[in-house]
Design a protein around this ligand. Structure first.
Ligand SMILES: C[S@@+](CC[C@H](N)C(=O)[O-])C[C@H]1O[C@@H](n2cnc3c(N)ncnc32)[C@H](O)[C@@H]1O
Length: 266
C-alpha cells in the first residue's frame, strides 16, 4: 500500500473510532442546540421547490439529517442513508423506527458505487464531506448516481470567526494550526467546478455562539479529536475548557460559520 493510501486508511479508522465514541454526546448536543437539524433544513430550503423521490444521505450519523429530509418534504422520499460508524447508525435506526422507505447501510462514503446501483434525485452530505480524505472519489461516484435535474447538497464546516469574518482560531492562537477535517473548502469547490454537467452555487451561514455552545460543540469526542488528536478524551476536556475560555476572552462576539453548496445536474 502506498503512503497516501495508508494515511487515508488510518484517518478513516480514527474517524470511525471517534464517532463510535461520540454517538451519545452528539445527540445530547443536538437536543440542546438543533444545529444539525437546522443545517439540513436550510439545505432543503435552498433546493426549493424540491420534490425528490429518492435521496441518498451520505454520513447520516445518528439520523438527524435523515429524519429532517424525511420531515422537510411534503411527500417523504425513499431515503438510503450510509455511515461508517456502527454506534451512530444504531441511534439512527432508533430515531427512524416506524418510518417507511428508509434504509440504512453501514459502509464507506468513498465506495458508494459498491453499495448503490440505482439513481437518486438528491445526494446529501450534511456535515460529512470534510471527513473524507478521498472526497473526490466519493463526489465522482455520487455525481454518477444523480439523475439529470438532480442535486448534490452539501453543508461544510467553515470554522469560527470574529465579527469581521476573520478566523477566530488564528486570531486567538496564532501558533496553533487547526483545520477541522481533512478537506480544504477551495479544493472541494475546484472539484465541483470541474464537473461539466453540474452548476454549483454556494451560500454562507454564520451565527453567534456563546462560550457554553463552543464548549458543548468541542466536547463531542469527534470534534475535540480534531483539535487534540493525540490526547485521550478524558484529558482533552480540561484542555477544551481552557481553550474556550481563552478563545471567547480574545474574540467577542464569536461566530460559527458553515457553507452550503448546491450543485445541480443538467
Ligand atoms: C458530523 S456527523 C454528521 C451526521 C449527520 N449527517 C447529521 O447531520 O447529523 C458526520 C458523520 O459522517 C460519518 N463519516 C465519516 N467518515 C465517513 C466515511 N468514510 N463513510 C461514511 N460515513 C462517514 C461519521 O461517522 C459521522 O456519523
Amino acid at each position: 500500500m502506498d503512503k497516501e493510501k495508508d494515511i487515508n486508511k488510518r484517518f478513516k479508522m480514527a474517524v470511525e473510532r471517534n464517532f463510535d465514541q461520540s454517538a451519545g454526546i452528539y445527540d445530547t448536543f443536538e437536543e440542546k442546540y438543533h444545529l444539525f437539524e437546522t443545517l439540513t433544513k436550510k439545505l432543503c430550503e435552498l433546493n426549493a421547490p424540491f420534490a425528490p423521490k429518492r435521496v441518498l444521505d451520505v454520513g447520516c450519523g445518528t439520523g438527524i439529517s435523515t429524519l429532517c429530509i424525511h420531515k422537510s418534504l411534503k411527500k417523504p422520499p425513499i431515503i438510503y442513508a450510509i455511515d461508517i460508524s456502527e454506534a451512530m447508525l444504531i441511534k439512527a435506526r432508533e430515531r427512524l423506527t416506524g418510518k417507511k422507505g428508509i434504509y440504512f447501510v453501514r459502509g464507506d462514503a468513498e465506495k458508494l458505487s459498491i453499495y448503490f446501483h440505482e439513481a437518486f434525485d438528491a445526494v446529501f452530505y450534511t456535515a460529512s464531506i470534510f471527513l473524507l480524505p478521498n472526497f473526490r472519489e466519493s463526489i465522482d461516484q455520487a455525481c454518477k448516481l444523480i439523475l439529470p435535474g438532480g442535486v448534490l447538497a452539501i453543508s461544510f464546516y467553515a470554522g469560527l470567526f470574529n465579527a469581521r469574518g476573520r478566523d477566530a482560531f488564528a486570531l486567538a492562537f496564532p501558533d496553533l494550526k487547526y483545520q477541522y477535517g481533512t478537506v480544504n473548502y477551495e479544493d472541494l469547490m475546484k472539484c465541483l467546478a470541474a464537473k461539466k454537467r453540474f452548476r454549483t452555487a454556494q451560500f454562507d451561514y454564520r451565527f453567534e455562539i456563546s462560550k457554553e455552545y463552543l464548549f458543548d460543540f468541542l466536547s463531542i469526542p469527534a470534534q475535540s479529536a480534531g483539535v487534540y488528536p493525540k490526547v485521550p478524551y478524558i484529558e482533552r476536556i480540561p484542555m477544551i475548557r481552557d481553550l474556550c475560555d481563552k478563545l471567547t476572552g480574545k474574540v467577542r462576539p464569536l461566530f460559527m460559520g458553515w457553507k452550503f453548496v448546491v450543485s445541480r445536474k443538467a
